[in-house]
Design a binder for this molecule. Sequence first.
Ligand SMILES: [Zn+2]
Length: 86
Amino acid sequence: MRSSGIVRKIDKHGKITIPSELRKLLNIQYGDFIDITKEGNTILLNKYERKCIICGSDNDLLEYRRGFICLDCVEDISDLICTNRL
Ligand SMILES: [Zn+2]
């Protein structure tokens, strides 16, 4: 992987600052959550968005495993299961 040329020093608490240009570009704002993933020797930072893993809605979300499903999709799945059992 090629270096971006952006280098930050980790402070004594393990914190770094994401450059404002990148925050603006990726619409990362104060209070947003960041998903941190390790891949080999690389750390990936992704904006963590609470949205339904099926339809993308951000309304009436239920946490499911490591993601979210909205109530509408839960009802659709429930109807589908009930229909197929008849
Ligand atoms: Zn949904």
